[in-house]
Design a protein around this ligand. Structure first.
Ligand code: C5P
Length: 231
């Protein structure tokens, strides 16, 4: 299991200062829409300049017609800076196939994962859009994602094992909503700790606020990595 640290601070300067503090650890860094729109590719270069071994997950959640998604995926893959990016599974199998087909021959192509259900939906709001319960639809979307040869999904730790059982053990699950040491859940509805994530075969845990809001982010990262080894 790998730790992916969310860079959700309001400015590039603050995000880079956080990364400086954790530069000696074997972690992934998650760059989201806000940072990327504001700071662009240069920010990704700045991260790699701090430590070239950092792996970057570009969390832009692509959703468009197949050709437009593939165009964006191609550009991201050609940067040579991004190790993983994501799309929306509900863009459809054709869109996901087109993305995977387009990037297949690019050297060092990133891993691709797909969002099944946004965690901001409760079941009722989800049903109003998709006409199905979240859990049923999330598993169906994960199966579509796997059939489209996409590498994995973004899901909650509570769905990870079920998704692995319905796809295959190598199908990646990346799970936000992790609270390693019982920290405040904030707006996350269903939070899990590290032993639970390991038990449910989660491949990547995404942790934001428990790290960047702490007095000593370096110490928290160190503690999480230790806990991942011994849990
Ligand atoms: O601060 P916290 O640990 O809750 O951060 C979780 C990160 O994962 C945030 O960057 C959030 O936007 C992201 N995320 C999420 N749920 C998803 C997808 C992404 O919480 N389904």
């Amino acid at each position: 299991m790998k730790l992916c640290v969310s860079l959700d601070l309001p400015t590039a300067k603050e995000n880079l200062a956080l990364v400086e503090q954790i530069k000696d650890f074997d972690v992934w860094l998650k760059v989201g829409l806000r940072s990327y729109i504001r700071d662009g590719k240069e920010f990704l270069e700045d991260l790699k300049a701090i430590n070239p071994n950092f792996k970057i997950f570009l969390d832009l959640k692509l959703y468009d017609i197949p050709n437009t998604m593939a165009d964006a995926a191609e550009e991201i893959s050609k940067f040579g800076l991004v190790d993983m990016f994501n799309v929306h599974a509900s863009a459809g199998i054709e869109a996901m196939n087109t993305v995977m087909q387009r990037i297949k021959d690019i050297a060092n192509k990133p891993l691709v994962i797909a969002v099944t259900a946004l965690t901001s939906f409760d079941n009722e709001a989800f049903k109003a859009v998709y006409n199905e319960d979240i859990k049923t639809k999330a598993t169906k979307l994960a199966i579509d994602t796997c059939n489209a040869t996409v590498d994995g999904v973004v899901c909650s730790a509570y769905e990870s094992l079920d998704i692995k059982n319905n796809t295959n053990p190598n199908f990646i699950t990346l799970c936000p909503g992790i609270r390693p040491f019982g920290e405040d859940a904030g707006d996350q509805k269903r939070v899990a700790d590290i032993p639970f994530a390991i038990e449910n075969k989660v491949d990547f845990i995404v942790v934001g606020r428990p790290i960047y809001k702490s007095e000593n982010p370096k110490e928290v990262v160190e503690k999480i990595l230790k806990n991942m080894e011994i849990a």
